[in-house]
Design a protein around this ligand. Structure first.
Ligand code: ATP
Ligand code: MG
Length: 374
């Protein structure tokens, strides 16, 4: 009998079996490629919380561009990214400084022909390549991930270079992605007006009926079957959050596979068992690590916030803690900076990741006990 393989991929950056809920972004981007120089879809910003699917989407857009014959450079905005892009484009990134050959078990270490790297001019490297590609009726896509961490000067250099290429009427596209608050901070900063014009694509939660359909399709393709009610329950538990689609899918599938000798049908009991496993893993991997090491005040802030409505007023949180709102400013800033909460409405805060409230309320005592508070 063929061994069935779990098709779900609850791993950062891993391509999911079905890319759910991204038709609009893909269409915006494909249209951008087709519409020519200056099209909106060629300059795009993708934002969303951790685990909302930004990296996976960048990979997918890269595939779309490649299918149209474009060159694609994928980078992460760790320090030095503008030089890494320049090198990748100049082709020097492709030839390693040292190459290790294994002949008949004997290792030879060759020094490469390259001299130690001098700084490359990013704009020049991009211009030469983009001109060449445009002449061949192809184009150049640059994707940049984790942009909330980008060095401002490097970002400015890259933005200026891309802007220059568009002005020169070359076929280029630039898509950057990152955590919502961090990206907005960055592009609203000085001299980044060009990036402010990028087409915004916020990865909000994916509609549950699309999730249910994708779960069903994935299960069937993998060789199992599922009750409609089981799919519905599993889909609802994901709340349309990309990472949970994979995590819940993974554990529900696994619960179903356990009884494959008797039945290959995933039942509602399997869904419940799988959801429970997924949530416990989610709490450990995401929420526990987010709160660990926070000062007591920040944990108290979060618990008070969990008692409030979804969009919590900072004044109400302060009232619960019996202090003035201004006394909590640095605490709030820390939690925003750690991407545990966000402030999308003035004077209000929300949790960035689903189920944070449930995690806090069900673990309130044990969280406070860590600080000797009962
Ligand atoms: N559209 C989607 N449909 C289904 N699953 C998805 C989708 N997008 C991403 N996923 C899954 O969600 C998880 C997180 O994806 P990804 O790493 O791209 O998120 P991210 O937003 O880049 O997170 P981070 O901010 O931590 O880098 C992965 O397991 C991935 O397979
Ligand atoms: Mg990512």
């Amino acid at each position: 009998m063929i061994e069935l393989v779990n098709p779900f991929k609850p791993t950062a950056g891993a391509e999911p079996p079905v890319l759910v809920g991204r038709d609009k972004v893909l269409e915006d981007f494909s249209d951008g490629l087709a519409e020519g120089v200056g099209a909106r879809g060629r300059l795009m910003r993708i934002t969303g919380p951790r685990g909302s699917g930004k990296t996976v989407l960048l990979t997918e857009l890269g595939d779309v561009a490649r299918a149209e014959g474009w060159d694609v450079v994928d980078e992460t905005a760790r320090r030095g990214f503008s030089q890494r892009i320049a090198r990748a484009i100049a082709g020097s990134g492709a030839s390693p400084e040292f190459s290790l050959d294994l002949h008949l078990g004997v290792a030879d270490l060759h020094a490469g022909t390259r001299e130690p790297e001098a700084d490359l001019d990013l704009r020049q490297a991009l211009t030469v390549r983009a001109r060449e590609l445009t002449r061949q009726r192809r184009g150049l896509l640059i994707t940049l991930d984790e942009v909330q961490d980008a060095d401002r000067d490097e970002m400015r250099e890259l933005a200026a270079a891309v802007q220059h290429l568009i002005r020169e009427r070359y076929d280029v596209a630039f898509v950057f992605a990152g955590l919502t608050a961090g990206v907005l901070d960055l592009i609203n900063g000085e001299a980044l007006t060009f990036l402010r014009r990028a087409l915004p694509e916020e990865l909000a939660s994916i509609p549950i009926d699309e999730v249910r359909e994708a779960l069903g399709e994935t299960v069937v393709r993998s060789g199992l079957k599922a009750d409609e009610a089981a799919l519905e329950r599993a889909a609802a538990a994901t709340v349309g959050y990309a990472y949970l689609i994979q995590l819940v899918g993974y554990h529900v599938w696994r619960a179903g596979k356990k009884h494959i000798e008797e039945s290959e049908q995933i039942t509602i009991a399997d869904a419940d068992a799988g959801i429970e496993k997924a949530m416990s893993e989610f709490y450990d991997a995401v929420h526990e690590s987010a709160v660990s090491g926070l000062p007591l005040r920040a944990v108290e802030y979060l618990i008070a916030m969990a008692e409030e409505p979804e969009v919590a007023s900072t004044a109400a949180i302060a009232a619960r803690l019996g202090v003035s709102a201004s006394a909590l400013t640095s605490c709030r800033r820390l939690l925003i900076q750690k991407q545990i909460i966000e402030s999308n409405v003035r004077g209000c805060v929300e949790f960035s990741i689903p189920y944070t409230r449930e995690f806090l309320l069900s673990n309130r005592e044990s969280l406070l006990a860590r600080y000797g508070v009962c």
